[in-house]
Each structure stands twice: as C-alpha cells, then as structure tokens.
Design a protein around this ligand. Structure first.
Ligand code: FE2
Ligand code: FE2
Length: 477
C-alpha cells in the first residue's frame, strides 16, 4: 500500500472527475517544464515541421512514383498545418512570434539539409520516415510526459493532434519503406543523420568545434540543394506528351451522354496530378512570403493531389484500367520550364477563375449527378467546393500583388499565351503519336458495366491539335 499523501486523500465534490478531466491530481501536482524550456522545444518542433514541409513539397515534382507524389503532398500539407498550430501556440507563451524563422541549432539545419539532398527516392524515404518523423514523434512524446498537464494544457492539446497525425505519417512511412531497399549510403549515412540530430540537441563528443564537426559530417549537402522542376512519372504513365483526346470538347458537347462524360471527367481529375507538380515549383521558388501563404498554397496543392486520386478511385470503381488513359504532364512541364513562379501562379488563378462560371465546376457536378453514378456526384461535389476555396486563396495571395483584379487576370492570361500549343512539336520530335486512347477506355467501362458501347461515343476522335488557348486553358484543370 503506498503511503497516503494529501493528494491521494483529496476527493472532488461528489466524486466528479477532477481538474476538468485534464488529468489526475497527482499528475497536475508534479512540477513540469518552464515556459522558457517549452518555447525552446516548441520552436524545435516548429523548425522540424517547416523543414519537412519544404523538403516534401520540393520533391513532389520530380518524384516519379505517383503514390509517393500524392503522399508527399499529403504529408507536406499536414506539416504545414502543424507549423501553423505551433506558431500560434508559441505566440501565446510570453513570446512575441519573433525568432520563428531562426535556426534552433546549426547541426539540426545540417541534418535537414542532408535529408533534403538525399540523392534517390530510397534515401529520401528512409531519412524522412525512418529518421526525421520517428525522432520527432519521440521528442514530442517526451514533451507530453515532461510538461505539466494543467499549466501547459494548451500545448499538450496542440501536440495531441500533432502526434495523432504524425503517427499516421509514420505508419505510411513504415509501409513504404518495405518497398525500398536501404539507402544508397547504407547505414553509414543513417548514422551520420543520427549524429547530426544529436549534435542539434547539444549532444556531441568531439574535439572539433561544432562548425567543423558539422562540416565533417555533411555528405550530400556539401553542395546546396537544387530543386528539380522537371516533372517525372512512373512507367504507368506511358505516353506523357499525349494530347490525343480533347476531354473538354467531349464534356461540353450536349449530344454526349452523361455516363460517358463522367468517364471523361475521371480522366480530367486524374490528369490533375500535374497541378501539384506545378504548384510545388511555385511554393519552392517563391521565398520570403508570410507563413500563411505557404500554408494556403500547400492546402491547395494537397487538394489537387486529392482530385487526381478521385480520378483514380473513380476509374477503379468503374472497372477501368486507368493506365490506358494517357495522363499527360505537358502542362506542368511547360509551366515549370517556361514561366516564372509568378507567371505560373497567374496561369493557375486565371484557369481557376474560368472554372467558377456555370459551365465550370457546377456543370461538372450536374453532369456527375445525371450520370446516375452516386460516387461521381460525391467526387464532383467536393471538387467544386475545393475549387471555390482555391479561388479564395488566389484572391488572398495572388490578386493583391496587382492594382486590380483585371490586371491580375490579364497577367495570368498573358503568361498562359506564352505557352503556346506544342501539339505538333512533340509529335515531330517523336515524343508522342497523340494516340486516341478513348475508345479502349470507353469500351472497358462498358464491358465492366455489361452494356454495349454507343457507336457515336466510341467513335469520338478529337485531339487538342490547333485548339484555341482558352480551350487549352480549360483543359489544364
Ligand atoms: Fe482541382
Ligand atoms: Fe484547384
């Protein structure tokens, strides 16, 4: 029997749960971390999330594997939300939100520089999930145990959600790692990461001063990270320059049946994987904005990745092998290589404004509803809602850089015109034959449904050749 103490002898009124349900009296009576120490640690977490957000975002474009592209988009978004939550909390702790852009320790910076410069997908996956995410979980769990649950309840609440999502990120990471052999640098590099991480927490055993110690440990980050703006895809995207099926021409033809239009919309959704590829370049190549800009842009990027996955799910649910629909990267490739980040943002905003009128997202939702496929209606309902949000994000961060809405739209329009149709060029260069993949995909959907293909629908054969820029523009989204 433990010796009774004033705490164990204490009872709340009529046995009601004490302390508003936060914790026990014993837990609350243990002194915890100081405000200063809490702020120090929270700033570390904040920095870790900021770097992870930056690293994952920048890798979306050139990561060929679709499942990783979408996962990086998701995890970068979660990191951005936790950065935001931590900034708010730190600002509440006698600390004006100053110093949030400071690096907590040069070794921690070098640790993330190494991860950022990871030369292969394997290296990146191992270092992000097996090191960074894992260490961060351990540190946050320690914070939760060491801080006082009553005095620091607001931080513990924020970090409870952080841990919940970070553990889900970790689960994905553990599942992904099984598919990738060890990093190319083997365990040596992972050990270096560990040493940098520990040094970043003030733990290192060396005669060298910290600067020399870090310099000696650096491997891949000896030369600074270079963002790769060229989109890459895995082998399922077998004809990435294909512009052989004019989806908008089909979708806006009143004579075509809604069910077949739904199929074409799924193609348009899946094709949106080029939006995260392009938005990652804007976010990565636009430094110095307020944090809210990165948070909002990352949210939009994640939405676009979800739109692509909606297309994937829709195709699978209809019994269609989506790899037979040739998903192009023409749009992200050209914008990333021929336009400035500001011009890309302009094109994005210009396109999304075009989606708002009656022929845009509302129309797509109505077609989806009329297709008789409940899943299609759900997908397009939310796709529409997301696009309304994106329009607001554009108004918050893009439009105010101009004197008027019209100027901002003209700028986007002009930037878009700069990227003229390359239909003939890519064909001449032998990059694609603009194969008409539509009949195969439509026939597959009909076979799965057990109906005969409609001869007129099956015969659809219209490419993007010679189309006006504004049809191209609709096509991009
Ligand atoms: Fe979208
Ligand atoms: Fe959008």
């Amino acid at each position: 029997m433990p010796t009774p103490t004033p705490l164990t002898g204490y009872t709340s009124y009529k046995g009601l749960p004490p302390l508003a349900g936060l914790c026990t009296l014993e837990e609350a009576a243990r002194p915890g971390l100081s405000v200063e120490e809490c702020v120090r640690r929270l700033k570390r977490f904040h920095y870790c999330f900021k770097r992870l957000h930056q690293i994952l975002t920048a890798r979306i474009t050139a990561e060929p594997i679709y499942e990783l592209k979408t996962a990086f988009a998701h995890h970068a978004y979660l990191c951005a939300e936790h950065v935001t939550a931590l900034r708010t909390r730190i600002g509440e702790m006698r600390e004006p939100p100053l110093g949030l852009e400071d690096v907590p320790h040069p070794a921690l910076e070098a640790y993330f520089d190494e991860i950022q410069c990871a030369p292969t997908t394997e290296d990146l996956i191992w270092s992000v999930y097996q090191r960074a995410v894992h260490y961060l979980i351990t540190e946050i769990e320690l914070y939760q145990r060491e801080t006082n649950p009553l005095t620091d309840a607001p931080s513990r609440r924020v970090l409870k959600f952080t841990l919940l999502e970070l553990n889900e990120v970790n689960d994905f990471g553990q599942g992904a790692i099984k598919n990738f052999r060890a990093p190319s640098g083997g365990s040596t590099w992972l050990n270096i990461l560990e040493a940098l991480y520990e040094a970043g927490d003030g733990v290192y055993d060396s005669e060298l001063d910290v600067g020399q110690y870090i310099a000696r440990l650096r491997q891949y980050s000896k030369t600074p990270y270079q963002y790769d703006p060229l989109p890459k895809r895995d082998e399922r995207f077998s004809d990435p320059w294909n512009q052989g099926v004019n989806a908008e021409s089909f979708l806006y033809d009143p004579a075509k049946p809604a069910r077949a239009k739904a199929l074409m919309m799924l193609y348009k959704r899946l094709r949106e994987i080029d939006v995260p590829e392009m938005m990652a370049s804007i976010i990565t190549q636009t430094p110095g904005k307020p944090w809210g800009y990165y948070r909002d842009m990352t949210r939009q990027l994640w939405d676009e990745a979800r739109h692509a996955m909606m297309g994937e799910v829709g195709f699978v649910a209809l019994g269609v092998d989506w790899t037979k629909a040739k998903i192009t990267f023409n749009w992200s490739y050209r914008l990333n290589t021929e336009c400035t980040p500001m011009e890309r943002h302009g094109v994005l905003y210009f396109i999304e404004q075009g989606l708002m009128p009656r022929t845009g997202k509302r129309y797509e939702f109505e077609v989806a509803r009329d297709s008789g496929l409940p899943l299609m209606a759900t997908l397009q309902d939310f796709d529409w809602a997301d696009e309304v949000l994106h329009s607001q994000i554009g108004r918050a961060w893009y439009v105010p850089q101009f004197g008027s809405l019209k100027e901002s739209l003209d700028y986007g329009d002009a930037a878009w015109s700069k990227v003229l149709s390359n239909w003939a060029t890519v064909k001449e260069r032998g990059l694609t034959q603009h194969e008409n993949w539509w009949p195969a995909v439509y026939a597959m959907a009909c076979a799965a449904e057990g109906v005969q293909p409609d001869a007129v629908v099956l015969a659809f054969d219209e490419t993007y050749e010679g189309k006006r820029a504004d049809l191209q523009r609709i096509a991009a989204e």
